[in-house]
Design a protein around this ligand. Structure first.
Ligand SMILES: C[S@@+](CC[C@H](N)C(=O)[O-])C[C@H]1O[C@@H](n2cnc3c(N)ncnc32)[C@H](O)[C@@H]1O
Length: 268
């Protein structure tokens, strides 16, 4: 008689296959769960017409907040939410189609600590984030906008930086990255007025193949990626930062149309 506890030689026990999603061959953090375990909270629909967000009501708890402005399909924020369950995460975007990818990804992983909203990043930091509420604010590959008629749409302006400065908690971190040399020259010129900012040499240790979709694409094409992070300047008050922003130059840099192909390929 065969012992029912003994498996046939060489046969491994059946284990449910983990569903790992890949983007350009690079795994997206977490695992796609059985649909019965999906959450349905990632899309943040109701935003206040004016005044700040009630973050405790949005997340149902009080926890350090990580924000990604121009979050695209959410790759960075999903990873952070998977690896840091004790942090809350908010991603904003102006393109609803990419936000749908991001919210689906969060829900498929059963995450409860991430929300995505269709909001302009300028409005977010100016009106919606309470002062001193954000532990980390990330901004990866803001669009350079090559057409001179669209230069006014560039996200990183002195006003935006004053808003980020206002939103961060004391000691909170601002992360910024681009593959556009003109944008980076501008960043180096204005960001140090608001932040003790350090350029990073080399890739992020947690994601050497790229924290975001755009970073992965840029690296695959051999483009340089410029990265940095810093803390809000101590002693610079909210009003002072606002007034300072009015004196600084707008982002009128030449984005170099020869670099436009990557944006075209991504459908921007
Ligand atoms: C080049 S993509 C980068 C996306 C993502 N951060 C990444 O690195 O893969 C720039 C994103 O910023 C979004 N965006 C542009 N202007 C914005 C704004 N004012 N507020 C929020 N998002 C914006 C665009 O819709 C686009 O998805």
């Amino acid at each position: 008689m065969t012992d029912p506890k003994r498996r046939p030689r060489g046969k491994k026990p059946d284990r449910p296959r983990r569903q790992i999603e890949r983007e350009f061959g690079v795994p997206v953090a977490g695992e796609i769960l059985d649909p019965a375990q999906w959450t349905h909270v990632a899309a943040l629909k109701a935003l206040p017409a004016s005044g700040p967000l009630d973050l405790a009501a949005v997340f149902g708890r009080v926890a350090p907040l990580v924000v990604d402005v121009g979050c695209g399909n959410g790759r960075f924020l999903i990873g952070s939410a998977v690896w840091r369950p004790g942090h809350d995460h908010l991603g904003v975007e102006v393109l609803p189609v990419v936000l749908r990818y991001a919210t689906r990804r969060a829900n498929q992983r059963g995450l409860t600590n991430v929300r995505f909203a269709a909001v302009d990043g300028q409005r977010l930091v100016r009106d919606l984030l309470p002062a001193g509420s954000v532990s980390e604010l990330h901004c990866y590959h803001p669009q350079p906008f090559y057409d001179p008629a669209k230069v006014s749409l560039r996200l990183v302006t002195p006003e935006f930086l004053a808003g980020v400065h206002r939103a961060l908690v004391s000691g909170g971190q601002f992360f910024l990255q681009t593959d556009n040399p003109g944008y980076w020259r501008y960043v180096r010129e204005v960001v140090p007025y608001f932040f003790d900012f350090h350029e990073r040499i080399g890739r992020w240790a947690d994601a050497p193949k790229g924290r975001t979709r755009r970073e992965i694409l840029a690296l695959r094409r051999g483009l340089p990626v410029f990265r940095g992070h810093g803390t809000a300047k101590v002693g610079l008050g909210v009003e002072e930062a606002r007034r300072l922003a009015e004196t600084l130059p707008p982002p009128a840099f030449d984005a170099d149309r020869r670099l436009q192909q990557l944006d075209r390929d991504e459908g921007y």
